[in-house]
Design a protein around this ligand. Structure first.
Ligand code: NAD
Length: 322
């Protein structure tokens, strides 16, 4: 039986995840959904946001549906999301940015870079080590090349090699791999790339970049599709896969049934695609489009539908289009 670990996490995770889980359940009542609790809420109650036990539970699932975790900027509180990405070696973070006229796939290296977790913090000086390795770069650019081949065949390498020695290595390995694979590619400094993606989104297909650059670039690019409420993501490794919205726990709107669940429902569609149900994934995307075309949307898109109501509208379309 296909088993899906469901992590609500914190904040709006408690609202958007049930909406996405219900969509999955409507299509696949045979899936075995089991909850795993991690996050800031758990840290407040137990002093530990994510123990080995939870990591082991996540590893038993065929796929993980993940909400968002509040990460407080405190010296000794380590990001749960980073811990899970590393523990499950989810090295490729795929963040699609798609609308009429453009279809971009940001491929973000997810296990090293500036989120290496190698840090020192003193009263007057704090450092974070930015790590770029040959192994980490080869595997992420190879994932990006595979995707580029399935799509239009264009690859853009985003880096800051003019300033960062670590990105000289990243850029050179990416260029060598792309050249050997025979895909058409260009490379751009990440700051110029961030503006150009907004100005000329149709010029991009697959964009590969390092961890923090990919994180920021995808938030920026979400502007093109209507904001963070809409952008899904997949975290894929060789053995495990986790699907989560690009956005965080949004404490400013949590608990009010106003969060947009589309990013999470789209992440659930990516999960279906990963599990081989391409038809189901397509049906979910179509149902979201149909609900939006009926003028039903949440507050961030100018509407008044609640998180729950939007999710129910998607399920009702899925049932009609059976
Ligand atoms: P955020 O993404 O939570 O929110 C940024 C802005 O976007 C907020 O105004 C929020 O209301 C809005 N927003 C986000 N998702 C939305 C949705 N579905 N519908 C409507 N509006 C939405 O980022 P933040 O405020 O910088 O961070 C809040 C917390 O989330 C922090 O603790 C941060 O560490 C954490 N975070 C977690 C993840 C993750 O779990 N992967 C990612 C990013 C941030």
């Amino acid at each position: 039986m296909t088993s899906i670990a469901v992590v609500e996490g914190d904040g709006i995770g408690h609202e958007v995840i049930p909406a996405a889980r219900n969509v999955l359940e409507a299509l696949h009542p045979e899936y075995d959904f089991f909850p795993v609790e991690v996050g800031f809420g758990m840290w407040e109650r137990t002093g530990c946001p994510c123990a080995d036990k939870e990591i082991d539970e996540l590893k038993t699932a065929d796929a993980i549906l993940f909400g968002a975790i509040t990460t407080i900027p405190m010296k000794d509180y380590q990001s749960v999301v980073l811990r899970i990405r590393k523990a499950l070696d989810l090295y490729a973070n795929l963040r699609p940015i798609k609308a009429d006229g453009f279809d971009i796939m940001i491929v973000r290296e997810n296990t090293e870079g500036l989120y290496s977790g190698i840090e020192e913090s003193g009263p007057d000086r704090a450092t974070t080590l930015r790590v770029v390795t040959r192994k980490g770069t080869e595997r992420i650019v190879r994932s990006a090349i595979r995707l580029a081949r399935k799509r239009s065949g264009r690859l853009t390498i985003g880096h800051k090699a003019n300033v960062l020695k670590s990105d000289v290595l990243f850029r050179d390995i990416c260029i060598a791999e792309a050249t050997a694979a025979g895909v058409s590619f260009n490379d751009k400094y990440i700051d110029a790339l961030a503006l150009d993606v907004l100005q000329h989104p149709a010029a991009y297909d697959v964009v590969v970049t390092t961890n923090i650059f990919g994180d920021i670039l995808s938030d920026v690019a979400s502007y093109l599709v209507g904001g963070l409420g809409l952008t899904p993501s997949a975290n894929i490794g060789d053995r495990y896969a986790l699907f989560e919205p690009v956005h965080g726990s949004a404490p400013d709107i949590a608990g009010r049934n106003i969060a947009n669940p589309i990013a999470t429902i789209r992440s659930a569609a990516m999960l279906l695609d990963y599990l081989g149900d391409k038809d189901g994934a397509g049906r979910v995307e179509t149902a979201i489009g149909t609900v939006l075309s009926q003028g039903i949307c949440t507050r961030d898109l100018g509407g008044s539908a609640g998180t729950r109501e939007f999710g129910e509208a998607v399920i009702s379309i899925l049932r009609k289009n059976r």
